[in-house]
Design a protein. Structure first.
Length: 263
């Protein structure tokens, strides 16, 4: 199988621009979820768990449970926005709307089409992260200046989850089959990646498993940035993991989608 590099140029931005124009009409609706979701979570957990879990320790810092949980909301939003954009939405464009067939009738290559789609999914993650960060900053749950690093983190996380989502898109035979990666891949990460409780409360084997999840490293970085506690060690370990994860999944997504689209 030929490598993807010779067929990938900056023309993938044409695909990104197409997705941007299509989504402009409903962009204000897309902002409603990241706008109100953190408010609802903060209100629910702040009131419901305030007495049950008054404080949580993270990296030697004792914080309220709401402050501990808030950065995880940004991380999970990054994951969900990229994943669902590059699974359900991409599958609809490919299988039902035949949008990819129309694009491939132009000088665009398969690699440029798929790259444009993944980058658009990452863009939605960035937009959601910006809105949620602004809302949580108003609630005094994001510290600056490190809180600004959530934007590039959202781009990296969006590329990581968008890439693996596109792999699933290239593998599933029917849109209903996306329930499998959601149940077997997303749900365990959502529950056991340090989102709602510290990972060190898990058994040793579960902790080791949790650190294989990309969301664990995304949550760790987001939480460190929100508390102004990001260190070079954490950036190298968790950031390096996400870079390696993206570097592996992105070219694999291009190959899987090439096989799917060329029959």
């Amino acid at each position: 199988m030929s490598t993807a590099a010779p067929n990938l140029t900056w023309r993938f931005m044409r695909v990104w621009r197409r997705d941007w124009i299509v989504n402009l009409k409903s962009l204000h609706i897309s902002f409603l979820v990241p706008l109100f979701e953190p408010v609802l979570y903060v209100a629910a957990f702040g009131v419901g768990f305030r007495l049950l879990i008054p404080q949580v320790t993270f990296s030697g810092l004792t914080v309220s449970y709401v402050a501990f949980m808030a950065p995880a909301l940004i991380a999970t939003s990054i994951m969900y926005n990229a994943f669902f954009e590059n699974t359900f939405t991409s599958f609809v464009r490919m299988f039902y709307q035949k949008t990819y067939d129309a694009m491939l009738a132009t000088p665009l290559s398969i690699e440029e089409v798929i790259t444009g789609e993944i980058v658009w999914g990452a863009t939605k993650s960035v937009m959601a992260a910006i809105v949620m960060t602004a809302v949580l900053a108003v609630c005094r749950l994001v510290a600056f200046p490190q809180g600004l690093l959530l934007v590039p983190l959202a781009l990296l996380g969006g590329l990581a989850f968008g890439s693996i989502a596109m792999i699933f898109t290239g593998l599933v035979k029917h849109i209903d089959m996306f329930n499998l990666p959601i149940f077997l891949f997303l749900t365990p990460m959502f529950l056991f990646s340090g989102t709602f409780f510290p990972i060190d409360t898990l058994p040793d084997w579960a902790q080791r498993l949790a650190y294989t999840f990309p969301l664990t490293h995304l949550v760790t970085l987001a939480r460190s940035m929100c508390f102004n506690l990001l260190t070079w060690k954490a950036a190298l370990i968790s950031g390096g993991y996400l870079v390696l994860f993206t570097g592996f999944c992105f070219p694999l997504a291009l190959r899987v989608m090439r096989r799917r689209l060329i029959k």
